[in-house]
Design a protein around this ligand. Structure first.
Ligand code: UDX
Length: 458
């Protein structure tokens, strides 16, 4: 029997779609290469295992045995993301250690643990204790990771904390980033943000390898920069979702069919698809400016208004009465879509995005130009690269946008800058395809990664 068939890979994703999706895509890649995969998942946001029949699932309980989950209490829902991640890491530190020990003691031969980068420090000691090698999945890009890793330097040089008077200044150590592009977020616990970032960087550095959902032609210079500073082996094998084993027929629910029917009725490349990912939220005032800007642009739009996106509201109730009815078939509001399918639809002409790394890659793979409104951390870095380096999108800054500017930008994606941007999009889409071809860089790195993890002592 092939040696790898009996060497299990354990995966530990962070329980948010932007982290869980790439981990599951990676799980399929490993499974396709013959590795049995077990997913250790927090009881918080636990997925339905029946949707992922290829893998074994184990739920890690929270630390409040017999009591309520600390993460679903009212105090937790009012926390900012940094505080919430602190609580998440505390809640599962000990129970993760126990669950990992139970898995390792279960009699099967282990290959390695693949941990999300945000868990990296939590998992370091636990994996060492049970004698399992640890590889880290980084779900953001290389450029942003390099900026995270430079936080101590950026603090020494007083770029951080960010001062309003310096927002447009170039960070000379990290061109093309400006001070306003540094990957921070608003929080009541700034020191905790530095701690999370520091733990992520140190936990990645001390691992046996980093798996990156990126590709060489996209981030060549950032990869060189990373290699010049870190010794840890790296495997840029992305875009994960375009590996052949991830090209499964999509499971569609009723809502997905309704969305596809609506898209089918739109002209080619006419629709603005709007989504700000799974975590960002906006104020009611911003929501209304976006709604009016979309309406006034007279472009068809498909807008994911996730419950919880607009602070203090359930869903669309902040819109003036009659607004949705007046829009009619010209625009569509949904709570969630199958984004991969939407971006691949020929009616979609632009993606107004918060520039989360998955959304960025997914848009690149379909050659869709982006309108960039980053909200926090790595999204600012991604937006700068989209606009100034890859030149596949335009900027629409959250801090200054109003309905007039939104209308102007939405119209311009087609009329003015549109052509040049679209050309660059097609070129980059082609580069992604080349990297995934049989002797492309991502395929070669994947072979190297498989050999690397198989070289770990069982
Ligand atoms: C966050 C960060 O922004 C990101 O940069 C980081 O690397 C991971 O965590 P998120 O803000 O949710 O993630 O954005 P993004 O990275 O774009 O991930 C969202 C995922 O949800 C994408 O895979 C997207 O396809 C999916 N999605 C989003 C849907 O399937 N349907 C939707 O309606 C919206």
């Amino acid at each position: 029997m092939d040696e790898r068939k009996v060497r299990k890979i354990i995966m530990f994703p962070l329980p948010f779609p932007g982290h869980f999706n790439p981990m599951i895509q990676l799980a399929r890649i490993f499974h396709h290469r013959g590795f049995p995969v077990t997913i250790l998942h927090t009881s918080f946001n636990s997925p339905n295992p029946s949707h992922y029949p290829l893998f074994a699932f184990r739920t890690i309980p929270h630390n409040n045995e017999g009591g309520e989950d600390p993460l679903t209490q009212p105090e937790a829902s009012s926390m900012d993301l940094v505080a919430f991640i602190r609580l998440l890491r505390q809640t599962y530190a000990e129970t993760f250690r126990q669950s990992l020990a139970a898995e390792v003691g279960g009699g099967e031969t282990m290959c390695c643990l693949v941990s999300d980068a945000v868990w990296a420090r939590n998992t370091e000691v636990a994996a060492e204790k049970v004698g399992v090698r640890r590889v880290v999945l980084i779900t953001s890009g290389v450029a942003s990771f390099c900026a995270f890793a430079a936080f101590p330097l950026l603090r020494d040089k007083h770029y951080l904390p960010i001062q309003d008077s310096r927002l447009d200044e170039l960070v000379t150590e990290f061109p093309p980033l400006k001070v306003k592009d540094l990957p921070v977020m608003e929080t009541n616990e700034p020191e905790e943000l530095y701690r999370v970032v520091n733990d992520m960087v140190k936990g990645a550095e001390s691992s046996s390898g980093l798996i990156w959902n990126t590709f060489e032609d996209l981030e060549r210079l950032s990869l060189m920069d990373f290699r010049s500073k870190f010794q840890v082996p790296i495997f840029p094998i992305g875009p994960f979702h375009k590996h052949s084993e991830n090209l499964l027929p999509m499971i569609k629910n009723k809502e997905d069919h309704v969305t596809t029917d609506w898209l089918n009725k739109q002209d080619p490349k006419s629709v603005v698809y709007v989504s700000f990912g799974s975590l960002a939220n906006i104020e009611e005032k911003e929501f209304l400016e976006i709604a009016w800007g979309l309406r006034n642009s007279e472009r068809p739009f498909l807008w994911v208004v996730r419950p919880g996106l607009v602070r203090g509201t359930e869903w669309l109730e902040a819109l003036p009465s009659g607004f949705v009815e007046n829009i009619g078939q010209k625009g569509k509001f949904v709570k969630w879509v199958n984004q991969l399918e939407v971006l691949a639809h020929s009616a979609v002409g632009a993606f107004w995005t918060h520039c989360g790394w998955n959304s960025t890659l997914e848009s690149i793979c379909e050659g869709v130009p982006m309108i960039c409104t980053p909200c926090f951390t790595d999204q600012f870095v991604n937006a700068r690269y989209i606009v100034d380096v890859w030149r596949i999108g335009i900027e629409l800054e959250r801090t200054t946008m109003d309905r007039k500017e939104i209308e102007k930008v939405l119209r311009s994606v087609v009329i003015k800058e549109g052509d040049l941007i679209r050309e660059m999009c097609l070129k980059l889409k082609e580069r992604a395809t080349v990297c995934l071809s049989i002797d492309g860089s991502s395929s070669i790195y994947l072979d190297t990664l498989v050999n690397h993890v198989l070289s770990f002592d069982p």
